[in-house]
Design a protein around this ligand. Structure first.
Ligand SMILES: [Zn+2]
Length: 150
């Protein structure tokens, strides 16, 4: 997971509570904490539509069905145009998908069996904190795409 070297307090993206730097989950709302500022700064730029589909196309077997499905759910949540979704939530999706697309992230994706552990963890956290914005339609579209791909 992201290193929090400065030992800075982590602000919960869901409820804005400031949590101690070593916190794993928010002390108020219980959602997992991650240094999204850092993930966003490093990886948001890596996300493009084309890059995303190329990644799915070439790497879905290595990434595995679970991580691929989570990435697709987030992708459809972003692109199906949920007008109620705040900017921070869109930012989390772009950061998580950027990390998924980037070949050299925390654990380089080409490392067999290990390369997608970080991607998978970040996609899982993003899915958990954005639960309220993930529509049944986004989940359904992800399931349809998974059925075509695997
Ligand atoms: Zn919280």
């Amino acid at each position: 997971m992201t290193s929090n070297q400065g030992g800075l307090a982590l602000q919960c993206f869901v409820c804005s509570t400031v949590n101690p730097p070593d916190g794993q989950t928010c002390k108020r709302c219980g959602k997992p904490l991650l240094d999204w500022e850092e993930v966003s700064e490093s990886y948001s730029v890596c996300f493009t539509e084309q890059g995303f589909w190329d990644k799915i196309d070439e790497e879905r077997i290595n990434a595995g069905i679970e991580a691929t499905r989570r990435a697709l759910v987030l992708y459809y949540t972003l692109t199906l145009g949920n007008t109620k979704m705040p900017e921070w939530a869109k930012g989390v999706i772009v950061a998580a998908l950027g990390l998924f697309v980037a070949p050299n992230d925390m654990i380089p994706d080409k490392i067999p069996r290990m390369g997608y552990a970080d991607d998978s963890a970040v996609l899982t956290v993003a899915t958990q904190i954005l639960e309220m914005y993930i529509s049944p339609e986004a989940s359904m579209r992800a399931d349809e795409t998974i059925a075509e791909l695997f």
